[in-house]
Design a protein. Sequence first.
Length: 218
Amino acid sequence: MGDMPRRPASERHTTTSPASDELGSETGNALLDVLTAFHHPTRRWLCELLAVEGPAPVGLLARRTGLAVGSVSHHLGTLHRYGFVEPAPELARDTRESWWRSRPRQLSWDATDYDQGTVARRIASTAEAENFRHHVRAVQRWLAEGESAPAEVRHASVATDTLVAATVDQMGELSRRLTELVVEWSEECRADARTRPDAARLPVRVSARVFPSGPVKP
């Protein structure tokens, strides 16, 4: 009996296609599934590799991360199911290759939407903590490597903060304005990359937090 023909990449990933047509608006248990899928260190790493370095086949991602090909495929399948990545079959040279690209999507949540003491609350809170740890690792890496970056890159980066008395309405307004600015700026960068694909670029991370905080004891 001969070998069974390998299905093209466009057909191999139908079982992990996103089940929801409303990506970014999940609530309840559906949102918990998204949080669990994304806030896994390896899966977030794969997401960022595809977002920063561009589409890539599974084999290249395996070499890039040191993970087994099967492990990379499993993680990508999970990310695909929740809309963080998507297949890029048009880039494959033959049916043996399985290419993937990043798929920007929104993700927001509030752990207090879930009852205190429940598994759901613990999942949402853990995702919040892991997201913070991820940002801390990124800042630590920049602090360790930033001095060797070109002067124009160092001057273009910024760290800014304030501690001021404000009303809840004012705090909410700042949160809204910051979110809108970051989203709009990100969309402008992606549009410019499509218009000027040859322009020199570097991965830029933006992280903002607005929250009540009294004086911090040393």
